[in-house]
Every structure is written in C-alpha cells, then in structure tokens.
Design a protein around this ligand. Structure first.
Ligand SMILES: [Zn+2]
Length: 202
C-alpha cells in the first residue's frame, strides 16, 4: 500500500512567524502548531490560544496532529509520516526529509497557549513504500549553513548549473564521518547528480 506523507512547511529563520527549532543535532524538529484564523477579526491570531477544535467541534489541523501523536504514544497506530520543507529565503524552500510525528503537547508562549509537535527523522529503511527520496537525510543541515552554501554555489548545481530540484549534498556523507555543521562539507547538487553520487557510494 502506498503511503502518502503529510507535508509540513517550517521556518527556523530569525523573525519567522513560528518558533520552530532543530534539536539533537538535526534528528529532531520541534514544530509549532498553526494559529487559528479569527473569523471575527477582532484580535491578532498571535494573541489567542491555539486550539485543538473548531467551534463546530471538528478537529483543527493542530487537533489532527495531536490525535495522531497521542495515538502513536498509546501504541494504537503507526506514527504519522511527515515530509518537511523549510523556507531558507524568500521563495526558496528546501526539503529536510521525512520525519515521524512522535509527540504533541501544549505550552505557554508569549502569554498564550501553543501546540508543539516533536518530529523525529525517519529511518529510511523503515519506509519502503515511500519512494523518490534522494537526499542524504541522515541529518538536517542548519539554516545558516544552507544559506552560506546557497550563496557560495550561486543557487545552482555545482556540476551542471541546473537551478531546479536542488539538494544540499554532504560531500563526505554523514555515515562516513562528514559533518552537517560546516559549509565546507555541503554542496548544491541537482537530483540527477545527487543520485549519481549516491550510486557510486553504495
Ligand atoms: Zn547537476
């Protein structure tokens, strides 16, 4: 059976609207829930609590995520698989890999209550039904490193100058001791060159 992954768009830049974090050396993302739109327009969404249910009782996006995480914690379902994209600059989104939704909670933030979701980097071998994932996903590369690499490589594949379907590639793979923390070990590759390199290593 094919499994469709949920998509999350996150933003860890300074001044980003949501307080998302990368923890545990890039294997765990803490993602903040969605603000609830205010139908009355009376207050900013940033001034009111994030809630798990709409006024009609149906779950909000936060509620659906919280139910999935709680179901997993209780052992009654598999974790939700989430595909995470991160905005590193205006108009530039990068793919951070596949994550599993393993925990959810609510916590105070700036005088209101927000949802937090724990996403753990998925072990690729456990996801045989999810195809076309080609990046070295052993670690999330910090945003500052991505921005430095993007500037240095001019937003192009370093092999063929393609500007589409780019991936941040570990020059020395993480599994062979290469770091995610230093731009010297990261380069931009298009999908094709990323796959070619992967085939050589494996
Ligand atoms: Zn290329």
């Amino acid at each position: 059976m094919r499994h469709r992954a949920t998509v999350i768009l996150m933003s860890v830049r300074l001044g980003a609207p949501y307080k998302d974090r990368v923890d545990e050396n890039g294997r765990v993302l803490i993602y903040e829930g969605h603000d609830n739109p205010r139908p009355d327009g009376a207050k900013s969404p940033k001034e009111v609590d994030q809630v798990g249910r709409n006024p009609d009782g149906s779950p909000t996006q936060n509620g659906l995520f919280a139910n999935a995480a709680n179901g997993y914690k209780m052992g009654i379902r598999e974790p939700e698989v989430v595909r995470v994209y991160e905005k590193i600059k205006t108009g530039i989104w990068v793919y951070n890999g596949l994550f599993l939704l393993t925990d959810a909670w609510q916590e105070p933030s700036g005088g209101r209550s927000v949802f937090k979701f724990r996403l753990e980097l998925a072990n690729q071998e456990k996801l045989p039904t999810l195809t076309n994932t080609v990046v070295d996903q052993s670690r999330v590369i910090p945003t500052s490193v991505k921005l430095e690499v993007w500037r240095r490589d001019g937003g192009k594949c370093v092999k063929c100058s393609a500007k589409d379907n780019l991936h941040f590639d570990h020059i020395i793979p993480y599994s062979k001791g290469g770091t995610s923390m230093d731009a010297q070990n990261i380069q931009l590759l298009c999908v094709r060159h990323n796959l070619e390199k992967r085939d050589r290593i494996e």
